[in-house]
Design a binder for this molecule. Structure first.
Ligand code: ADP
Ligand code: MG
Length: 243
């Protein structure tokens, strides 16, 4: 399998008037095609900073990144524009990138139809459930045809039940579109339910404590949760996590 992105010995320190904050210490990992990788670690350990470095919003102090990835992002809040309907939200990235061509609009509509939102094209975000907003948000990302999605705690604003449905939904779409994903989370079950691999980070400055390969990658999130080894994996991740 070919590597989409490779982080090689990345370190990061933020400098400010109050001194320096050492955030990332010698982190290396890579993400392959068709792979879902989760990063889990304590709050403030540097997870979002890793995503920011991959997407060039921040620059590392040490180490290198080799990337063949075309990135898409999905954040905790759906970040849909409330004054635009579903279709206009989905084509918004095309406007920003100035590639609102007939073909691209057609592709956006195909995605909306394919993922069951065709009768909601003219609806506004406030008329949609939390789960549907997340789906629109994901489809909006797909319009730019990424091959690697960066998801920063994408489900943490949802209530417990909705979260399970949305995880299932997002998982299906990601698999169906054959894109890779890097998911930042602090939810152990979510990491096991969605990923091929879980990277466990230490407290700040974060380094990799352990990488756990998930054995049942061909199962859906709900099937995984029912698997006899789910609890075993949960405990393995938990026992390697700092407070
Ligand atoms: P996480 O996503 O794991 O909760 P972050 O990567 O957001 O953690 O932040 C890690 C640490 O780096 C925090 O202590 C945060 O305050 C600090 N930090 C993040 N971004 C900046 C910045 N632009 N300038 C200074 N400090 C920052
Ligand atoms: Mg964060």
């Amino acid at each position: 399998m070919s590597e989409l992105v490779k982080l090689n010995r990345i370190s990061k320190t933020f400098y400010s008037m109050n001194g320096e904050t050492n955030v990332i210490s010698n982190v290396s990992f890579s993400i392959d095609e068709n792979e879902i990788v989760s990063i889990i670690g304590p709050s403030g350990c540097g997870k979002s900073t890793i995503l920011n470095i991959i997407s060039s919003l921040e620059e590392q102090n040490e180490g290198e990144i080799i990337s063949n990835a075309k990135l898409g992002y999905m954040f905790q809040k759906d970040a849909l524009l409330p004054w635009r309907n579903v279709l206009d939200n989905v084509i918004f990235p095309l406007e920003i990138k100035k590639i609102k061509t007939k073909d691209n609009i057609k592709y956006a509509i195909e995605l909306i139809d394919k993922y069951g939102l065709s009768s909601f094209k003219k609806h506004y975000p406030n008329d949609l459930s939390g789960g549907m907003k997340q789906r629109v948000s994901l489809i909006r990302t797909l319009v730019l045809r990424p091959n690697l999605l960066l998801l920063d705690e994408p489900f943490s604003a949802l209530d417990a039940q909705t979260k399970l449905f949305v995880q299932e939904d997002v998982f299906k779409i990601i698999k169906n579109e054959k894109i890779s994903s890097l998911i930042v989370t602090h939810d152990i079950s979510e990491a096991i339910a969605l990923s091929n691999r879980i990277i466990i980070l230490s407290k700040r400055p974060c380094s990799i404590v352990k990488i756990i390969n998930i054995p049942f990658v061909n199962l859906s999130p709900s099937e995984r949760r029912k698997h006899k080894d789910f609890t075993l994996l949960f405990n393995e991740v938990f026992s390697n996590l700092d407070e």
